[in-house]
Ligand binder design. Structure first.
Ligand code: ADP
Ligand code: 5GP
Length: 183
C-alpha cells in the first residue's frame, strides 16, 4: 500500500481530534476520513467536515448497501466509516480514521495493512480535566464516556502502537515517526 491507513482510538477527551488536526496541518500527505453518524451535530460542527450527519433511516439503508468499511453503535447512535470515500482518498494520501476499539479491530480485519494507534491519557485526572474543560458534554454524558475508559485502554495490546498524549508536541512527533516508519 503506497499510502497508509492509520486508525486512531482512545477515550473521549484524550486529545485525538487535537492531535489529528495538528498532524494534518503539518503534513500535506495526510488527510482524515469523515465518518457518518446518526448523533446530532455539536455546536460548530459542520456536515461533511466533522461527520456526515445522517438520519437513522439513511444510515440503515447504507448498511444494507454494504457502504461501510466498519460501523458500530455508541451512546445510542450509529457511527460508520464510508468505504468508497476512504478508498478514493487513499489514492492520493495517507488516511487517518478516528474510531473506537471495535471499529479499529474490524478495520484491521478488513485491511490488515492498517496501522492501529491507541492514544492514552497521562492520567485519569488529566483526562477528566480535558473532558470537562472542553465544555461540550453534560455531566451525565461525561460519566457515560468515562465508564468506557477502562475497557478501551485494556485493548491497547491489540494495537500496533500506544501513544501517551502528555505533551502535545512530543506526542505529535511520535505520530510522525509512526507515519514515516509504517509499512
Ligand atoms: P478527543 O478528540 O479525544 O475527544 P479533544 O481533541 O477534543 O479530544 O481534546 C479534549 C480537550 O483536551 C480539548 O480541550 C483539547 O484542547 C485538550 N487537549 C488535547 N491534547 C492536549 C494535551 N496534550 N495537553 C493538554 N490539553 C490537551
Ligand atoms: P463523538 O460522538 O465524541 O464524536 O464520538 C463518539 C465515539 O464514536 C468515539 O469513541 C469515536 O471514536 C467513535 N467513532 C467516530 N466515528 C466512528 C466510526 O466511523 N466508526 C466507529 N466504529 N466509531 C466511530
Amino acid at each position: 500500500m503506497r499510502h497508509k491507513l492509520l486508525v486512531v482510538s482512545g477515550p473521549s477527551g484524550v486529545g485525538k481530534g487535537t492531535l489529528v488536526k495538528a498532524l494534518k496541518a503539518r503534513r500535506s500527505d495526510v488527510t482524515e476520513s469523515v465518518s457518518c453518524t446518526t448523533r446530532p451535530p455539536r455546536e460548530g460542527e459542520k456536515h461533511g467536515r466533522e461527520y456526515f450527519f445522517l438520519s437513522k433511516e439513511e444510515f440503515l439503508r447504507r448498511i444494507a448497501e454494504n457502504d461501510f468499511l466498519e460501523y458500530d453503535e455508541h451512546f445510542g447512535n450509529y457511527y460508520g466509516t464510508p468505504k468508497s470515500f476512504v478508498q478514493e482518498m487513499l489514492k492520493s494520501k495517507s488516511v487517518i480514521l478516528e474510531i473506537d476499539v471495535v471499529g479499529a479491530l474490524n478495520t484491521k480485519k478488513a485491511i490488515p495493512e492498517s496501522v492501529l494507534i491507541m492514544i492514552a491519557p497521562p492520567s485519569l485526572e488529566e483526562l477528566k480535566r480535558r473532558l470537562t474543560g472542553r465544555g461540550t458534554e453534560t455531566q451525565e454524558a461525561i460519566e457515560n464516556r468515562l465508564s468506557r475508559l477502562e475497557y478501551e485502554l485494556s485493548q491497547k495490546d491489540k494495537y500496533d502502537y500506544t501513544v501517551v498524549n502528555d505533551d502535545l508536541e512530543r506526542a505529535l512527533k511520535e505520530l510522525e515517526t509512526i507515519l514515516d516508519s509504517a509499512d
